[in-house]
Design a protein around this ligand. Structure first.
Ligand code: ATP
Ligand code: ZN
Length: 318
C-alpha cells in the first residue's frame, strides 16, 4: 500500500484525476461500471491485454519450471481461519453467506423482501470465504515435508478485497498472477530478490516507468501499526510502482515481491526437507493494474501502442 498524499490539496487533485481516468475508461467502453464501486465488467480489448500479459509472464517464468496450479475464487473457511487475515484485515475480508435454515425462516425472509426490508439477516456464513490473495489456497495444500529443492508454483485467479473505491486501480475483485516459492529460508530470500529484478525488467520492457519501493500494508488497528513497522524495518515486501498522475502521486503498485518468512508456512505446518519450518516468498502481479498502467501510459487504444510493446503482448495480429 503506497498511497502517501502530501497535502489536502494534492489529495483532492489526485482523487479528481483518478475519477477522470475511470470516466475515460468507462467512456471508451474498456471497463463497464456497475452500481457498486470497484466492481467492473471488462471489454474484449481489455481482456486481450490481460491475455498478452499472462503469456508474457509465462515466458518470463519458463526457466523456473513452476508447477501450474489454479484454484477457484473461494476457499475453505477453516483454512482462512488458520491464517491471521481476519485479524489483520477484517475490513478487506469477504465471507460467503447463504440460506441454511428452515421453511419458517424462509417465509420470514420472503415477507421481509416483499416489504422492502433487509432479508440478509436470515443468511448464515457458509464454509467458504472469498480468496483474498491467491497464494492462500496453495499454502493450505502443502502441509508436511517439502522435497529438498522446495517447491515453485505458478498461480492465477481472482482475489477479493472489500475496498470500494472510485480509483479504477483499486477494484474489489481482480486477478493476480503469482509465482510462489516454498523451501529453506535462504533459498526463499534469494528467490524473492532475483524475482524482483526479473519482474522490474519485464514490466520496464513494456514501456512502464517502474520503480521499486518498500511497502507498508494497511494492517488494521493498533497492533496492525506494529506489523507495518516490522514490515518496513525488515524490508519484507517491495512494491513495483508506476506513476500515473504526474507529480500528484509517486505511483501505484502493479506488482509486489514478498518474503513471507514463516508467516503462512507455520500456520499450515509446511516443513523443509530437514523438518524445519519452511519459508515462503512470492511475486504477485496485479493483472488489471498492469493493464490499466499500460492504458494510462500508452493511451486508450492498444492499436496505437508502440510496436515493441504490441509485439511483447501478442497484440500485433489484432
Ligand atoms: P495496495 O497496497 O495497493 O492495497 P496490496 O499491497 O494490498 O495493494 P498485494 O497484496 O501485494 O497488494 O497484491 C498483489 C498485487 O495485486 C498488487 O501489487 C496490485 O497490483 C494488485 N492489487 C492489490 N489490491 C488491488 C485492488 N484493490 N485492485 C486491483 N489490484 C489490486
Ligand atoms: Zn502471495
Amino acid at each position: 500500500m503506497t498511497d502517501i498524499a502530501t497535502s489536502d490539496d494534492t489529495a483532492t487533485q489526485l482523487a479528481t484525476a483518478r475519477i477522470a481516468f475511470r470516466n475515460e475508461l468507462l467512456d471508451a467502453g474498456i471497463l463497464i461500471a456497475s452500481s457498486v464501486a470497484g466492481v467492473y465488467g471488462r471489454s474484449g480489448t481489455f481482456e486481450s491485454i490481460i491475455t498478452g500479459l499472462d503469456a508474457l509472464l509465462a515466458r518470463m517464468a519458463a526457466p523456473l519450471n513452476a508447477q501450474v496450479l489454479r484454484f477457484p475464487p473461494v476457499y475453505p473457511r477453516v483454512d482462512f481461519e488458520r491464517t491471521d487475515y481476519i485479524a489483520s484485515f477484517p475490513d478487506l475480508s469477504g465471507v460467503v453467506s447463504s440460506f441454511e435454515r428452515g421453511d419458517k425462516e424462509h417465509a420470514a425472509l420472503l415477507s421481509a423482501r416483499a416489504d422492502g426490508e433487509a432479508w440478509d439477516g436470515w443468511l448464515d456464513p457458509t464454509d467458504v470465504v472469498l480468496t483474498p490473495a491467491i497464494c492462500h489456497p496453495l499454502y493450505a495444500t502443502l502441509e508436511g515435508r517439502l522435497p529438498e529443492e522446495g517447491g515453485v508454483f505458478d498461480l492465477a485467479g481472482y482475489g477479493f478485497r472489500h475496498e470500494p473505491s472510485e480509483d479504477p486501480m483499486r477494484m474489489q475483485s481482480f486477478r493476480m498472477r503469482e509465482f510462489v516459492f516454498v523451501g529453506t529460508p535462504d533459498a526463499a530470500q534469494v528467490y524473492r530478490d532475483s524475482w524482483l529484478d526479473r519482474a522490474i525488467e519485464t514490466l520496464a520492457s513494456l514501456g512502464l516507468a517502474v520503480d521499486a519501493v518498500p511497502a507498508n500494508d494497511p494492517f488494521f488497528g493498533r497492533a496492525g501499526r506494529m506489523l507495518v513497522n516490522a514490515q518496513l524495518r525488515e524490508n519484507l515486501k517491495v512494491e513495483i510502482i508506476v506513476p500515473l498522475y504526474g507529480d500528484l502521486h509517486e505511483g501505484t503498485a502493479i506488482a509486489s515481491a514478498n518474503c513471507q518468512r514463516d508467516h503462512l508456512t507455520a500456520a499450515f505446518g509446511i516443513l523443509t526437507h530437514d523438518g524445519d519450518v519452511a519459508h515462503g516468498a512470492c511475486v504477485a502481479f496485479g493483472m488489471e493494474r498492469t493493464a490499466l498502467a499500460l492504458l494510462r501510459t500508452h493511451g486508450l487504444n492498444p492499436a496505437e501502442w508502440p510496436e515493441g510493446v504490441r509485439d511483447l503482448l501478442g497484440l500485433c495480429s489484432t
